[in-house]
Design a protein around this ligand. Structure first.
Ligand SMILES: [Zn+2]
Length: 184
């Protein structure tokens, strides 16, 4: 990978042998491997490793999960917040695993739409809950750094499954609980 990055440096008109760039290919490779480490991880295994049987059947929400991913069209970052909710049917999952699940899918080349539904689908398949809702609010550097007057645009995507799709009240409750600043 280092040779390819060195070649890119040349293609953009740089001199890869100058001091500041000497170790850049190595650093870029390391960064790219980190940003895409999610390919090597199994999301179902992750959730299955912390499943518990519990009679709780009210909405569980983990909101404001920091999200950093890479747009597959431009290989530029997009970043923001992810909010996840589900209504358990006998099975609950460790809350930290939901955060890890978001990270796992973020550390791949993504489009925000697919990232959103992958998170929802995996929870739905693994936990078989009454419903799942996932909302992502993100800013895309590929939009912000190109052109004008796009610096503050936020892309919002959502995936609603089960009762979150069929029941307006459930969906509204979720949307109400994630809006605004967190109080903690
Ligand atoms: Zn892009």
């Amino acid at each position: 990978m280092k040779d390819l990055i060195e070649q890119i440096l040349r293609e953009v008109g740089e001199d890869p042998t100058r001091d500041g760039l000497k170790r850049t290919p190595e650093r870029v490779e390391k960064a790219l491997r980190f940003f895409t480490k999610g390919y090597a991880e199994n999301p179902h295994e992750l959730l299955n490793s912390a499943l518990f049987v519990e009679d709780y059947d009210e909405m569980v929400i983990v909101k404001n999960i920091d999200l950093f991913s890479m747009c597959e069209h431009h290989l530029l970052p997009f970043f923001g917040k992810c909010h996840v909710a589900y209504i358990p049917r006998r099975k609950i999952v460790g809350l930290s695993k939901i955060v890890r699940l978001v990270e796992m899918f973020s550390r791949r080349l993504q489009v925000q739409e697919r990232l959103t539904s992958q998170i929802a689908d995996t929870i739905h398949e693994t936990l078989n809950p009454y419903g799942v809702g996932v909302v992502i609010e993100a800013m895309h550097l590929c939009m912000m750094m190109r052109g004008v007057e796009k610096q503050n645009s936020v892309a919002i995507t959502s995936s609603m499954l089960g009762t979150f799709r069929t029941h307006v009240e459930t969906r509204m409750e979720f949307m109400e609980l994630i809006k605004g600043k967190t109080s903690v």
